[in-house]
Design a protein around this ligand. Structure first.
Ligand code: NDP
Length: 263
């Protein structure tokens, strides 16, 4: 029987998820189709999922928290993050997962990290921080404003508002989870402070993919090993596909290799 999957978001036209999933379905002879659905109002997510008879879905900006609230059960690290990017229909129930966290970790696991600095405190920062915590990597969070730092402070992370942060300590990796540089040429932090931080760091990671952001350009200039969000995107999709198609004999790392043929 043909199974249907989709990615929800707003905007959604740019999403690479249909390309990654449909390519893998085709290469592995899986009888399924993956589309994209623009949602105006997050409150309609569950109803839309049911109305389209979906077997599973990915949920992206700005509906991941709504996806967490509206599913029947939450599994794994999504419980700590408070956001789901993957829904799977299992025995008539909608089960929510978060594959962004593990997707991030898969793409940095070869780095030697004794601590980390995260720039930004939104949904993706939560996923990154919680998976680093799982791996016992002490992590500091800085954000331009206070409100979103509360979540991290309550989980025991060291947090600073950017203006109050002093760049006087070494961090193995600096991770940009802000959208600075996505549609403009801005940096997530004032240039001089960022340069000071980079002086003591080994790696820079930007969740944005498909372009060299000013953040990564500056990190490269400062001699850091740099990585963008392409592999994270592929891994989170591969982990989701393994949850969607339980009978798929391939490991997520093998699915990721197939997906990387088209991205
Ligand atoms: P959110 O909107 O939840 O959070 C954005 C954060 O960035 C907030 O903390 C916000 O600060 C901060 N911010 C936004 N603009 C600036 C700026 N100009 N300067 C400094 N800080 C800024 O977004 P997400 O966490 O969901 O996503 C962030 C980015 O990560 C996006 O670009 C997204 O495309 C990318 N992403 C990539 C993934 C991948 O697989 N590669 C997966 C998920 C996300 P404030 O609190 O003050 O508003």
């Amino acid at each position: 029987m043909l199974r249907f999957f989709a990615v929800y978001g707003n905007p959604i036209a740019h999403s690479k998820s249909p390309l990654l999933h449909n390519h893998t379905f085709s290469r592995c002879a899986i009888n399924a189709f993956y589309g994209r659905l623009l949602l105006e109002n997050g409150k309609d997510l569950r109803e839309s999922f049911k109305a389209h008879h979906l077997s599973g879905a990915n949920i992206t900006i700005p509906f991941k928290e709504e996806a967490y609230r509206q599913c029947d059960e939450v599994c794994g690290i999504a419980k700590e993050i408070g956001a789901c990017n993957t829904w799977v229909r299992e025995n008539g129930k909608i089960i929510g997962y978060n594959t962004d966290a593990q997707g991030f970790y898969e793409s940095v696991k070869d780095f030697k990290m004794s601590n980390a600095l995260i720039l930004g405190a939104g949904g993706s920062a939560r996923a990154v921080a919680m998976i680093l915590k799982t791996h016992n990597i002490p992590t500091t969070i800085i954000n331009r404003s206070q409100e979103k730092l509360e979540f991290f402070a309550n989980k025991g992370f060291e947090c600073f508002v950017s203006d109050e942060f002093k760049a006087d300590r070494a961090y193995s990796i600096v991770i940009n989870t802000t959208s600075a540089g996505l549609n403009d040429e801005s940096l997530p932090l004032v240039k001089q402070k960022l340069q000071e931080i980079f002086t003591h760091s080994c790696y820079a990671f930007d969740l944005i993919y498909g372009k060299q952001t000013p953040f990564l350009a500056l990190a490269r200039e400062s001699g850091l090993e740099c990585k963008d969000g392409r592999e994270m995107l592929i891994y989170q999709a591969a982990l989701a596909l393994a949850l969607f198609v339980k009978e798929c004999p391939l490991a997520p790392s093998e699915i990721a290799k197939i997906m990387s043929e088209v991205l």
